[in-house]
Each structure stands twice: as C-alpha cells, then as structure tokens.
Design a protein around this ligand. Structure first.
Ligand SMILES: O=C(O)CCC(=O)C(=O)O
Length: 256
C-alpha cells in the first residue's frame, strides 16, 4: 500500500493520536474553498433526502452551521474525499486500505458556537476505529474557534457525561493543545482523540471540512451510517437546548 506519509508522520500519529499535514497545492486549496462556497449556497431542504444542512442561532441571526452527506451531489468533492491523497493518508494512518465513512462541513461562521470536549468514537456506529481530518477552509486560530486536542489519550473511550461528551472531572485532568491552522492545512485525528473547540468570537468565518475514514476490511459503511443516523434522530425527536448535529451532544449551537 503506498501513501505519502513518512515513518515519522505515522509514528507521530500512533503516539499522539493526531498529525498536521499539508497535502494540497495552492491551486487545490483555492478549488476547495470555491466548492465549499458553492455547497454553502445549496438550498435548505432536509426532507428531500439529499444533503443535510443544519442551522444555529447566533447574535448575528440564523446561520448555517453544518452540511453533511454532500459527496453524492458534488463530483469534485466526491473525487477529493473518496479517493486520492486524503484516502491515501487515511490508509497510511490506519495501516490498511481506507474508505470514506462520512463527510461534513462545519461552518462556524462569525458568532458560531463551539464544541464541548469529546471523542468521536461514541457517535460513530458499526466499527471501533476511524480516522478523521479537519481540512481548514479558512485560517483557524483561538479567536475563531480552532481545534484543541489531547495527545496520547486515544487508547480508550473515556468516561462520559449524559450528552456523550467527556466527563468534566476527566476534562479537567487533560492537557489541551491548541492547533492553529492555515487554510489548506489538514489536521488528522483518531476517533478516540479528545478534542474540543471554542466559539467563533471574531468577525471572520472559520469553515472546515471533515471527512472520516474506516478500514475497508470492516465494510463500506457510509450509506449505512447516514441511514442509522437518520433513524436515531427520528426516534429522538428534535427538542433540546442545543442543535443536534451528531449522535452525541457535542455541538453547543442554539436552535433557530
Ligand atoms: O469544527 C469544530 O470546531 C469542531 C468539530 C468537532 O469536534 C466535531 O464535529 O466533532
């Protein structure tokens, strides 16, 4: 299996649970930014069975906070997220051929909310191990809510609160590392790597795209994931103090 990672990259990921990479050229980054801007303008119609847009209430009014399930409707994104360098890197990190499990864009537009400390694994059905990455579409730093990660804590699922996020007494013991990124950089993390992010308190948007991969040996589960998520959302109903974008309650956005 060929992949564009060095042994040191793989060692860093295996040891810490995360890895910062820069796999795209400037032209490719420009293209990704244009495609995200296109998807951002797609109509909001979650009954159509196509892509899913989610909104949050901010001090600047209702704003788009997430789109998922968009690769079936965008050939360029499909090619970039389901094959090519991202799939190759995911394969290198998993140590075997990877396949796309799910994809989302988190917009975190100016005024957008952050994410409580969590691991992704409790939200991901069918298999235990995934790798995801944050593809920065805009520069991200502390002022607009970049990711924070914890190193060397991806061996197991940590104790959780009633939302499926990491229990506060555990959060307080972890060493959180802020990871500022430039547009086009790609931050990889394991599905048990603890992470969180603050609200966007700046005046500029912080968009990021997150594909998640699993080992193909465990199945091509993307369609099953979205079907299962839709069933679980339907069974739960929509009431709640925060916008439900995930199968855990990590997102802190307020419903519109
Ligand atoms: O986009 C962010 O700020 C954090 C996203 C995240 O942790 C998630 O979607 O699980």
């Amino acid at each position: 299996m060929s992949h564009p990672l060095t042994d040191a990259d793989v060692e860093h990921f295996c040891r810490t649970g995360w890895l910062l990479t820069s796999p795209f050229t400037e032209i490719e980054v420009k293209q990704l930014r244009q495609w995200v801007a296109e998807i951002q303008k797609w109509e909001i119609d979650n009954e159509s069975g196509r892509w899913l847009h989610y909104q949050e209430r901010t001090e600047h009014g209702p704003k788009l906070c997430r789109t998922e399930n968009f690769t079936p409707f965008h050939q360029g994104m499909k090619a970039v997220l389901r094959s090519g360098v991202l799939c190759d890197i995911a394969s290198g990190l998993l140590g075997e051929q990877a396949v796309l499990y799910k994809e989302k864009i988190n917009y975190k537009l100016a005024g957008g909310a952050g994410y409580a400390p969590h691991q992704d694994a409790p939200a991901y059905r069918f298999v235990d191990t995934h790798v995801s990455c944050m593809i920065a579409i805009d520069d991200a730093d502390e002022s607009n809510g970049c990711l924070e990660v914890v190193s060397d804590m991806h061996a197991e699922v940590l104790p959780m609160d009633d939302k499926g996020c990491i229990a506060q007494n555990v959060v307080d013991t972890l060493v959180w590392q802020t990871v500022p990124v430039r547009a086009g950089q790609v931050l990889w993390f394991h599905s048990r790597t603890p992470h969180r992010s603050g609200a966007n308190t700046s005046t500029s948007d912080r968009r990021a795209m997150y594909p998640t991969y699993n080992a193909l040996r465990e199945g091509d589960l993307r369609e099953a994931y979205y079907a299962q998520k839709s069933d679980e959302f339907r069974a739960r109903g929509t009431s709640g103090e925060t916008v439900q974008v995930s199968l855990i309650g990590d997102f802190q956005g307020i419903p519109v």
